[in-house]
Write a protein that binds this ligand. Sequence first.
Ligand code: NAD
Length: 283
Amino acid sequence: MEIRAIMVIGAGQMGSGIAQVAAQSGFSTLLHDISMEAVQKGLLAIRKSLAKFVEKGKLSPEEMEAALARLTPCDDLAAAAECDLAIEAVVENMGVKAKIFRELDRLAPPNAILASNTSSLPITEIAAVTGRPEQVIGMHFMNPVPLMKLVEIIRGLATSDETYEAIEALSRRLGKTTAECRDVPGFISNRVLMVMLNEAIWCLYEGVASAESIDTIMKLGMNHPMGPLTLADLIGLDTVLAILQVLQDGYGDPKYRPCPLLRQYVKAGWLGRKSGRGFYRYA
Ligand code: NAD
């Protein structure tokens, strides 16, 4: 099937990034969130990101305007009737995602593919709430979406080859490289990454070193582009905690036990970059 129109549900940091890349790649793109205010916030982030590309000479002002013109804001899921592919990027919570997939299944055309950008939740379980589990798939973009090359593709138990191939081809049209992973908690990316982020938070909690030292050691010592605490702040500490909980529940292994300091920060509303404060402060 040919994918022409894409709907992105959730206009936060991931949803707005996905919508930006879809619009830049020539797709008619619907951006949805619970309120028009939230959608407008996402659109503002897209405008800022596109303007940076223009500043750097990587995009012309005309291309920026054309991308913006392909974006349609909406706060009603009924708009799913217009799409060939829906990509869900709302909070990392199974209850919320299941509710959206039930609705999308009812509203989207019968041949539409329903994808989730979940970081860790089982695609099979998400697919099972729909009447079209063979057309449900995990499409895990990396943050920040406009800059990061990878899409980790996760097949649920029932995902068809046709759906997989359509999503692989689409990811390439979005300028991304894909890698396939089985449907296990945290997939590959977050099963491996979260252990490191959590361990860095434990080091801070135990007073082994300052946040700056931990990040400098991992950044310069391992040649990572950013330290683990900076990366946790970028991902969002609520998302990091949610993923660790999925890993702990899924594998039952204490190595995934979230550090109490992480729980405390989330309770305080210190969610990282998006809330202005996490392990570091942001203006
Ligand atoms: P975020 O907090 O920036 O955005 C979430 C958005 O979802 C918010 O705008 C919120 O208003 C919206 N939302 C909540 N409930 C909704 C509903 N019922 N209908 C429509 N919109 C709703 O979070 P994020 O970082 O963009 O993460 C979104 C998803 O992407 C999560 O599943 C997360 O695990 C995954 N993800 C995150 C990262 C990352 O680095 N942050 C990377 C890859 C995948």
